[in-house]
Design a protein around this ligand. Structure first.
Ligand SMILES: *[C@@H]1O[C@H](CO)[C@@H](O)[C@H](O)[C@H]1NC(C)=O
Length: 399
């Protein structure tokens, strides 16, 4: 029989061990509030499980991501031979370009307006294509090209806008592309036209693209799918832009009023109908917006962001940190900036982001020798955020 004394002696022996266990646990890593998280997809592992070990592997991985994103989220980007595009320069209070595209027996045409640069170059100026209006400050030495994305593909509502716009006049209203991809196509045709028109005085080797909010979503996609864009500036695009579906879902489940995949398809025609089966199970998609973003690498990207709840600010932060690992692997992490200013009106470009914007524009559009590191930052605080919850990959050095 165990006597009381012996029991007490046994307890005395065990207690320090138990206390030590507790002490150890307090030093261990914490689990997230919700453990139903699917990490972001590894950029450096092919769909078939092989590792990405070199720059040439990345070229193939990039092509694979592009195909997957077209198939499951954005729809197909049609290729167009340059000979199918007719460009006409004219002036009507301002310089304009008419872009006419013929595919088979169908033709469409639209105009873009050029706002010439203050301090233009002799033969040509770098330019920023503004998608759906200009919301960034005027930049010295850079022309502004006004692109009306809504006429290429409408964005009013799913019932009013699916298959509506010049893109669908050309390719049929059942084409798989949603509005974001249709706009990327349109921007590609504007560049085709500018390449044919020396009189437009645009340096097509130094082109940027920008736009805010819904148009900012389109800007990220244009940068991802149009390799002739040297600098992509998606402003406050949130979900469908720099935010990741998986992280935004997590924020929404935590009670933060964040735009998610299952909401976005009910709001508009930005995505392909092919995306719809996945919006309640984004964790099974073989990519997320960090990989869509990574299609831009090694070209330059500057993401001016906000802390508006609906954009999923923590999602944009985590998603772009994940995307940046690709620039890191390619040895060019100073070509991606993320500048998140707290508390300013949506699409009203804040003073605090002007320095970063100017640095990226000066370096990548105006060819100046300026530094662009130090612009990956946020003013917000995310005490719950941990890269480890979302990323389970090692960043290789790709040569
Ligand atoms: C382009 O501008 C010309 C000249 O003003 C005009 O006649 C034409 O209708 C415009 N095209 C479109 C598609 O708006």
């Amino acid at each position: 029989m165990i006597t009381f004394t012996r029991l007490a002696a046994l307890l005395a022996l065990l207690l320090p061990v138990l206390a030590q266990d507790q002490e150890d646990a307090s030093r261990c890593s914490k689990i997230p509030d919700e453990i139903n998280l699917t990490p972001l997809t590894d950029p450096f592992t092919f769909f078939n499980g092989q590792r990405v070990n070199s720059k040439s592997d990345w070229t193939c991985r990039r092509a694979e991501i592009s195909q997957l994103v077209q198939r499951y989220q954005l729809g197909q980007l049609p290729t167009v031979p340059s000979s199918a595009v007719k460009a006409t320069y004219f002036e009507e209070s301002r310089p304009k370009v008419n872009v006419a595209v013929t595919v088979g027996d169908k033709s469409i045409s639209f105009n873009v307006t050029i706002v010439p640069a203050t301090e233009p170059g002799k033969d040509s100026s770098p330019a920023i294509i503004s998608v759906g209006g200009t919301t960034i400050p005027t930049l010295t030495g850079v022309a502004n090209i006004l692109f009306n994305n809504d006429e290429i593909a409408a964005q009013t509502s799913p019932s009013a806008s699916r298959g509506v716009g010049l893109f669908y006049d050309l390719y049929g209203k059942d084409h798989s592309a949603g509005s974001l991809m249709a706009w990327a196509w349109g921007i590609g045709r504007v560049i085709d036209a500018l390449e044919k028109l020396p009189e437009a005085k645009i340096d097509t080797k130094h082109l940027g693209v920008t736009g805010c909010s819904r148009n900012g979503k389109g800007v990220l996609i244009a940068g991802a799918f149009e390799p002739r864009i040297a600098l992509t500036i998606p402003q406050e695009g949130g979900a469908g832009g720099p935010s990741c579906w998986r992280i935004s879902d997590y924020l929404a489940r935590k009670g933060i009023n964040t735009q998610t995949a299952h909401q976005i398809i009910t709001e508009n025609t930005w995505h392909s109908p092919a995306f719809e089966p996945y919006v309640n199970q984004v964790g099974i998609l073989p990519f997320d917006q960090h990989l869509v973003t990574a299609l831009i690498a090694p070209r330059a990207l500057y993401v001016p962001e906000n802390d508006v709840e609906w954009l999923g600010p923590e999602s944009a932060w985590g998603c772009q940190r994940a995307a940046r690992t690709v620039w890191e692997a390619l040895g060019v992490e100073d070509r991606i900036g993320f500048d998140q200013t707290a508390v300013h009106s949506h699409c009203l470009f804040p003073e605090s982001e002007v320095e970063g914007l100017t640095a990226f524009v000066d370096r990548f559009l105006r060819g100046k020798k300026v530094k662009t590191d130090g612009y990956f930052k946020t003013e917000a605080e995310y005490p719950d955020y941990s890269d480890k919850f979302w990323r389970n990959w090692r960043v290789p050095t790709l040569r």
